[in-house]
Design a protein around this ligand. Structure first.
Ligand SMILES: [Ca+2]
Length: 499
């Protein structure tokens, strides 16, 4: 079956998601209520949309809790189970061993904000922002987030950590409280914005910086409680807040989004983790995040809800390699943050739900934009109506070990240019950059060697995940195969943009 973006899989009506076997294929674009009665779409084949009326899944007595742990700029290769030789991440590794580790899991965009916009809405930023931008842009108030969706299902909701979906908290839709989160403790955005006036952004300055160099505020709800935020204990305090919040909500369905500020530069760790790793400051930072994961898992176990909780661990984009030892590693993948290479878009993707998610290493494609449809199914929740999603339901893989329903992904750059596209194992690269050094020294933020590839480069990611060998001339059929996927994707975007 030929799936297109904007198609989601959900289980048949009245089926307990935990026991779902053969999900029906539906299109989200048709999921609008009619006189209060939702339409269910039974089957879609390519462009043909066949619809049938039906009812939605009945609410379960106690839907699963959802905990999303998102790190900032953590690389694919920064965790020990994915090959880092020095950094030890026993708690993340445990999640991976007991759950599913996806080796082709992608961030939706090459940098923080658009990746997060896609994650919380199930919609690609180029769809949301009519100007085609895939760069930093505020999340519009009218977008419906995961938290707003789950609140309709009766969930308690909290956001702890870096928000990153707005630049300030002074307009409608800008605060987590406007986007469905009951509780908030964290930062508006990245831990490096803004810089102190007169602070020159160089590697040395960032390396030697203190919290005083970044006049950002730590918020509790809508009130700034600490300025500048004391950064060495951010990971620790986010963790304590999360553990406390879980303990206070174990009697009801809950959704916790823990968005770590680390390891985005400037990197800090609490005193207990100084020298904790064998991999320097960056290693210490990652090992503290791993400790945090362990604390969250323990809190779920102590509250007696671990077997009814999905925990997901990932990163919003790849490592910031222009900061050398202050940035992480994409392992065997090429390059890192703000490039079209796998080292940016491909990130850790771990799903843990003991007793429900069958342990596996999954090599099918998944993307953080898929969480919306996946979580809707797992919680028996209605996707918001009146809009088109780019989210595909990964629950058949999570619950039954089926192949991933997603066979393609599209790598958009900041300007909205299509940098690259993947169909199956083949990736076409149209535009590329390299991380060359620190900003101020070489080009924009240390990036250079920008190239437009015409004809595009072709890589077989199954045999060449490091994208070293252009095989476009050898595999014209594969080139055409990816072009066809792009054409389907563009038709879908054009038909539904802005909806
Ligand atoms: Ca980031």
């Amino acid at each position: 079956m030929n799936l297109t973006l904007g198609t989601v899989l959900i289980p048949d009506s009245n089926v307990d998601p935990a026991n779902a076997q053969s999900p029906s294929l539906i299109t989200d674009g048709c999921r609008e209520s009619e006189g209060g009665r939702p339409l269910r779409i039974a089957l879609v084949v390519a462009a043909a949309m066949l619809t049938a009326c039906g009812s939605q899944p009945k609410p379960q007595s106690r839907p699963p809790n959802i905990v999303l742990i998102l790190t900032d700029d953590l690389g694919y290769g920064d965790i020990s189970i994915q090959g880092h030789p020095l950094i030890r991440t026993p708690n993340i590794d445990r999640m991976a061993r007991e759950g599913q580790r996806w080796t082709s899991f992608y961030a939706s965009a090459p940098l923080c904000n658009p990746s997060r916009v896609a994650l919380v809405t199930g919609r690609m930023p180029i769809r949301i922002h009519g100007s085609d931008k895939n760069s930093w842009a505020n999340l519009p108030d009218e977008e419906i987030t995961l938290a707003e969706m789950l609140k309709e299902r009766g969930y308690a909701t909290a956001y702890v950590g870096k928000w990153g979906l707005s630049g300030r908290f002074d307009y409608p839709g800008s605060h987590p409280g406007d986007q469905g989160f009951d509780d908030f403790f964290g930062l508006v955005g990245s831990n490096d914005a803004p810089l102190r006036e007169g602070f020159e952004r160089t590697y040395e300055n960032i390396k030697n910086s203190t919290s005083e160099d970044f006049p950002i505020s730590l918020y509790r709800q809508r009130k700034a409680v600490e300025t500048p935020a004391y950064q060495p204990t951010l990971t620790k305090r986010y963790t304590e807040e999360s553990v406390r919040w879980i303990g206070g909500h174990s009697e009801e369905p809950f959704f916790l989004f823990l968005g770590h500020s680390m390891p985005h530069v400037p990197i800090f760790r609490s005193p207990e983790f100084e020298g904790h790793s064998n991999a320097g400051l960056y290693g210490d930072v990652i090992e503290e995040i791993d400790w945090s994961v362990g604390q969250v898992i323990r809190a779920l176990e102590e509250a007696g809800v671990a077997d009814n909780t999905l925990v997901w661990f990932s990163s919003d984009n790849g490592p910031w390699r222009t900061y050398f030892d202050l940035g992480g590693s994409s392992g065997h993948l090429r390059d890192g943050k703000i490039t079209s290479w796998e080292g940016d878009f491909r990130v850790p993707g771990i799903f843990w739900w003991p007793g429900t998610i069958a342990p596996a290493v999954v090599d099918g494609i998944g993307v953080n934009v898929d969480l919306m449809a996946t979580i809707a199914t797992l919680t028996g929740t209605e996707l918001p109506g009146g809009r088109v999603f780019d989210s595909m339901d990964l629950s058949p893989t999570l619950l039954n070990g089926d192949p991933s329903p997603r066979s393609e992904w599209f790598y958009y750059g900041q300007s909205g240019n299509l940098w690259a596209a993947r169909e199956g194992n083949f990736k076409l690269v149209f535009e590329s950059w390299e991380s060359l050094g620190t900003e101020k020294q070489i080009g924009w933020r240390g990036y250079g060697n920008h190239q437009t590839h015409d004809p595009p480069l072709l890589f077989d990611l199954s045999t060449d995940p490091a994208e070293r060998w252009d095989i476009a001339k050898r595999k014209p059929d594969a080139v055409e195969q990816v072009h066809q996927a792009i054409e389907r994707h563009r038709q879908h975007l054009a038909q539904s943009r802005g909806q």
